[in-house]
Ligand binder design. Structure first.
Ligand code: A3P
Length: 284
């Protein structure tokens, strides 16, 4: 058996290097690439709505927009890739991989969403503590935080947000890349949708546009949380009520982080990212 290039990473609960190494990208593919908690699911819903002009018949968004590198219980990586192969164009995938680890960066279109690390950290706290761990066999005890400080410490030591943004930032102006800020999508969802459609060159009817705006609103997604919290059709929701499509606020961290915690998260961004990126993220 051939050994994999170490760049695809090591196997984990949500990461199968085999899926990345053997994935065959298509020019029609769209990859949503985000640091965790930066609005990934929101973009999955926006793109699925645009692709279908408003379909809401699905039970789980993950059946429509799979998480590329995440293994599925009881499914081999070969079968999972065969399932990806069977999907019609345009396929849409979500990934949390860095630029170097994402297959298809030369082939597919890529939509990046970035969000303030302080809001991502707070969202991560509620994500972990909102999980129904009994529904996730094999989940380590570390998937629960005793308090916010523990979450901040782990956010910094794991460093996924910083690695992810640092890796994508140099590619923000590549012709096949669209970089969007969470706060801009939040301030004007319709404008963000128009930018995405123009970038992808997809056809959109006025009715499809109106449906996308409605179905990608926070209120609609909150009222239909089940579609975004189960890993596949028929599976139970892995989150407690209201824990995942939670608040959807810009700056919500102010009510939950101490001054020191917020400062530590921002200081690390200053250390890891170039000044233009800090300015773009409004972290100066
Ligand atoms: P909060 O926990 O701050 O509410 P991800 O999908 O990357 O895990 O990100 C989840 C975050 O996106 C959550 O943030 C969630 O509420 C927010 N979100 C999901 N849908 C949204 C929407 N339609 N509008 C605004 N925020 C949304």
């Amino acid at each position: 058996m051939s050994t994999l290039d170490p760049k695809w990473g090591t196997p984990g609960l949500m990461h199968d290097p085999q899926l990345l190494a053997h994935f065959v990208p298509r020019p029609t593919d769209v990859l949503i690439t985000t640091a965790p908690k930066a609005g990934t699911t929101w973009m999955q819903q926006i793109l699925h709505q645009l692709r279908t002009q408003g379909d809401v018949s699905f039970e789980s968004i993950f059946d429509e927009v799979p998480w590329l590198e995440a293994p599925r219980t009881g499914v081999t990586w070969q079968d999972q890739l065969a399932q990806y192969e069977s999907l019609p164009n345009p396929r849409i995938f979500k990934t949390h991989c860095t630029y170097a680890q994402t297959p298809g960066t030369e082939v597919a279109r890529l939509i990046l969403t970035v969000r303030d690390p302080r809001d991502c950290c707070v969202s991560f706290f509620h994500h972990m503590n909102g999980l129904n761990l009994e529904l996730l066999p094999g989940a380590p005890a570390s998937m629960h935080f005793d308090d916010m400080q523990q979450c901040v410490d782990r956010f910094l030591s794991f460093g996924a947000w910083y690695r992810n943004v640092a890796s994508w930032w140099p590619h923000r102006a590549d012709p096949n890349v669209l970089l969007l800020r969470y706060q801009d999508i939040s301030a004007d969802l319709a404008a963000a949708i128009d930018r995405i459609v123009a970038f992808l060159g997809w056809q959109l009817t006025p009715e499809g546009r109106a449906c996308t705006i409605e179905h990608a609103s926070f209120a609609w997604m909150k009222a239909n949380s089940d579609k975004f919290t189960r890993q596949s059709k028929g599976a139970p929701s892995v989150f407690k009520d209201g824990a995942f499509i939670r608040q959807g606020k810009v700056g919500g961290h102010k009510a939950e982080l101490s001054r020191e915690q917020a400062a530590a998260l921002v200081a690390r961004a200053h250390a890891d990212l170039p000044p233009e990126c800090i300015e773009f993220l409004e972290l100066a």
